[in-house]
Design a protein. Structure first.
Length: 477
């Protein structure tokens, strides 16, 4: 016959193809055992967050899975209504090029800065704006006053209607530009207090700001950021924390603590007064990030014998690390502690940091895979363990990838299982896949994929990964 195959020949090849898929007419069963990768390696949103230093500064020191900054309001809105996002954009891009997410906080007051004001000059010049003068921060040279060395600073009153209006407009503009940005892992609900840590020590305001003021500042973030996760600082402001946590679907926010290593702050956490009556505080980590920070640098942990004030107020670094992991932290800041200096000063204490390198956040270890290929149906069962402290909380998904013998990607199928359900402990993935659309496939592999495709795949802790970083769970004979 001319013009194509005869019907019988077409039928022959179709039947032969189905037999090949089914392994010569019967189900093909396969079992695989995977070897665990016990080394330290980088994953987005896991381990340490590089604060104020290049990611490369921590190579060989600690495992960096994020970049973190704090920004002063005056730098981002130098003139009223004119926003300067260039440096913030550059830092977000820097995080992306290093394959990690970006986190940040906005400050209106910073006792460690080298200038008189961290809020914009134009704000203080507005009619009716209230100004608080205080003198308890670091010494600096005031170039608005001939370079005189001073500790005198100026800060807004946080309940001032002018401040609430102007700063609220700024936060709304910030959210308009960055809410839902694929590289931003989370933003601190900041703005209030010294360092935006939700306390006013040592600023000596003449009165305490009431709950309505604090809620108004929290609402600037809660009402404007509806896509990007938010973090609230525990330890200093229980009422506002509880308010933010419960506004919307619980938990509306993740949690930060900037005081790890302080025994006083350990007593202001899950299950302790005044946080004992915050409902389900201990469950936040299951769906929102826990981001922690040491209270001080090396002197806090290593030189306290020379300063009686420290005695009884601090834990050791190994104790602090164990506490961090017990709170299901996903990330730990590299500031104010300096891991490089700890390595020099106290190698034994530094050795404890490896636990953060390995286990802060998710660490997915596959153990075995069982599969049955029956015709055009592939049934898979993968058993493994999350040896980390938390599930993956960035926008990732599990994906089954079909590749040809030469490595070409033929297609991918999203898993029915969410990465957020892979809590610490054992897990099992069970899938039934239709392989009819991928007749030439040679392997099926598992990848953990960033949904916006702005960050790298999340790496599984297995030695048996293919050249694309995927776990091969089925090989067609």
């Amino acid at each position: 016959m001319q013009g194509g195959c005869c019907p019988m020949k077409k039928l022959f090849w179709n039947v032969l193809g189905l037999l090949a898929l089914a392994g010569c007419g019967g189900p093909v069963r396969q079992s695989l055992v995977f070897r665990e990768n016990e080394d330290v390696f980088r994953n987005p949103g896991q381990g340490w967050s590089a604060a104020y230093e290049p990611v490369s500064a921590f190579d060989g020191i600690v495992n960096v899975g994020a970049v973190y900054d704090r920004w002063e309001w005056r730098d981002l809105e130098p003139e009223e209504g004119r926003y300067d996002w260039a440096r913030l954009d550059a830092r977000i891009e820097y995080a992306r090029t290093n394959g990690v997410p970006y986190y940040f906080r906005i400050m209106c007051v910073n006792a460690c800065s080298n200038r008189r004001r961290e809020s914009p000059d134009w704000f203080f010049a507005k009619p009716g704006a209230k100004k608080h003068v205080w003198r308890k921060g670091n010494k600096y040279r005031d170039w608005t006053n001939g370079g005189k060395e001073t500790t005198e600073r100026e800060a807004p009153y946080f309940d001032d209607p002018v401040f609430l209006r102007c700063h609220g407009r700024f936060i709304a503009a910030l959210a308009k530009r960055y809410d839902g940005h694929p590289v931003i892992g989370a933003i601190d609900i900041g703005s209030y207090g010294n360092f935006a840590e939700w306390h006013c020590f040592p600023m000596e305001y003449p009165y305490k700001f009431d709950a309505a003021c604090r809620r108004a500042i929290a609402d600037m973030y809660l009402d404007n950021f509806t896509k990007t996760p938010l973090l609230f600082l525990s330890g200093e402001n229980k009422e506002t924390f509880a308010y933010a946590l419960s506004k919307g679907t619980f938990p509306r926010v993740g949690v930060r603590l900037d005081s790890v290593g302080s025994t006083w702050h350990y007593g202001r956490w899950v299950g302790t007064p005044p946080y004992k009556d915050v409902p389900r505080f201990g469950e936040i980590w299951k769906s929102q990030p826990v981001f922690l920070e040491f209270i001080g640098g090396e002197s806090w942990f290593h030189l306290h014998e020379k300063n009686e004030w420290y005695r009884g107020r601090q834990s050791t670094i190994p104790e602090a690390v164990d506490w961090i992991l017990a709170q299901h932290a996903s990330l730990v800041n590299t500031c104010p502690i300096t891991p490089k200096n700890v390595k020099k000063v106290n190698p034994d204490a530094y050795a404890a940091f490896r636990k953060i390198d390995l286990y802060a956040g998710a660490r997915l270890v596959p153990h075995t895979a069982e599969s049955v290929l029956d015709g055009e149906t592939l049934r898979l069962r993968l058993d493994g363990e999350n040896k980390g402290t938390a599930p993956i909380l960035l926008p990732y998904r599990l994906e089954w990838r079909f590749r040809a013998a030469d490595g070409r990607l033929l297609g991918a199928v999203p898993s029915a299982t969410s990465v957020r359900t892979l809590l610490p402990g054992g897990f099992r993935l069970e899938e039934t896949l239709d392989v009819g659309a991928f007749r030439d496939f040679a392997t099926v592999s598992l990848a953990v994929v960033h949904i916006p495709a702005a960050l790298p795949d999340f790496r599984l802790a297995a030695l048996d990964l293919n050249r694309f970083g995927e776990l091969v769970v089925f090989r067609r004979k």
